[in-house]
Design a protein around this ligand. Structure first.
Ligand SMILES: *Cc1c(COP(=O)(O)O)cnc(C)c1O
Length: 375
């Protein structure tokens, strides 16, 4: 009989480990009779913020919303240009457009992360690009020292997209509080994924915090008083209780397991047809994904080979955001330079399984199959 597949995400194993505690957390909320914006949300927000060395966390309905809320509280106006990356979840750009901004795209580096040199050129060259949504892609931290300098030098308003980078650090500093705002997601596949949708905004600024609290809840500043046009974007009490009681306490261990698997892949993969891009030098990555590169002509064959060997794999991301019809059809597309590196990553990338419930035998199976592929 064929061995069971090595999965990209293994929600059933996760449930085996934590299901009982999850049910306990749900019961606690049920018994409390309070389902929206109660003590579970506020206590989770405090714990999350503390874990990433940030003053405030604000739960909301998704990662997309967290980015939009961040841009709104930073005062974005209709038509404001926002620098961002062509290689990310489409949600990054969608949040910018929904907040009224005009995304402006610059190329990435070889690793797929937005190229901060090109960003600096764009800021230096256009004094009306002052919003910035960089993405800590794959769980790698961008250079936060550089990011902080850019922010100060050009007076930027920065929302860091940390949907993939929770607990990732640069020289010891967590992603999410170098910009005025960080935004993260609790979508099930994320490192801190819950049993449905959710997200959070992070900030150190008490005024931005108050604005986020208002924007996520219809723009309400006190009961039935609305000072801005807000959203309905709240994190549910049930999700917050599960996050706080069950998931957050395990996140550090789960992240260490991801790091150990990444290390094992790095040490043992030695197929000359496969390249493992080096993450940025001082990034202590949280390995949301483990990308490898293979020539574009052979990528389909490599993926099929792994699939036939029972090793699930995927592409992050097969299409550049700048190629998406939703943008091409609108007047919302502005591109600075060529998207050469990003396009190469989109054409060559394959994500190998990396999640905390992989056992050593499965990690070895992934390595053996990657190494035995003849191209
Ligand atoms: C998942 C993701 C988002 C969107 O998060 P949702 O919770 O699905 O809205 C945004 N940016 C990046 C980089 C992501 O990976």
């Amino acid at each position: 009989m064929a061995e069971p597949k090595v999965l990209l995400n293994d929600f059933k194993r996760q449930w085996q480990e934590i299901g009982e505690e999850v049910v306990g957390a749900v019961e606690k909320v049920g018994a409390s009779g309070w389902y929206i914006l109660g003590s579970s949300v506020s206590s989770f927000e405090r714990s999350l913020a503390k874990m990433v060395d940030c003053r405030y966390g604000i739960g909301c309905a998704s990662g997309l919303d967290a980015i939009e809320i961040g841009l709104r509280v930073l005062g974005i106006k209709k038509g404001d240009r926002v620098l961002t990356t062509p290689l990310s979840a489409f949600a990054t750009t969608l949040a910018i457009v929904r907040a009224g901004g005009r995304p402006v795209f610059v190329d990435t580096d070889e690793c797929g992360l937005i190229d901060l040199d090109l960003c600096e050129e764009a800021f230096a060259g256009s004094s009306d690009i002052r919003f910035f949504v960089p993405v800590h892609l794959y769980g790698h931290s961008l250079d936060l020292v550089r990011l902080g300098k850019l922010k100060r030098r050009y007076g930027l308003r920065v929302v860091e997209d940390c949907a993939q980078s929770i607990l990732a650090r640069w020289d010891g500093r967590f992603t999410g509080s170098t910009g005025q705002v960080g935004a993260t997601s609790f979508y099930p596949t994320k490192n801190l994924g819950v049993f449905g949708d959710g997200g959070a905004v992070l900030t150190n600024d008490s005024e931005l915090y108050a604005d986020c609290v208002s924007v996520r809840n219809y723009g309400q500043t006190s009961q039935y008083v609305h000072d801005v046009l807000g959203l309905n974007s709240r994190l549910d009490e049930i999700h917050a209780a599960v996050l706080k009681d069950v998931l957050l306490p395990r996140l550090a261990d789960w992240t260490e397991r991801r790091r150990a698997i990444a290390q094992a892949y790095r040490e043992a993969v030695h197929n000359p047809r496969i390249r493992i891009p080096a993450p940025p030098a001082s990034s202590d990555s949280c390995y949301h994904l483990f990308p490898v590169m293979v020539s574009s002509e052979r990528r389909g064959a490599f993926q099929a080979y792994l699939e036939a060997a029972g090793v699930q794999n995927a592409i992050h991301y097969p299409h550049l955001i700048t190629d998406q019809k939703a943008l091409l059809r609108s007047d919302k597309l502005e591109v600075v330079g060529e998207m050469r590196c990003a396009r190469r990553v989109a054409d060559e990338e394959v994500s190998l399984p990396i999640h905390p419930f992989l056992n050593d035998a499965e990690v070895a199976r992934v390595i053996d199959n990657v190494n035995s592929w003849q191209g």
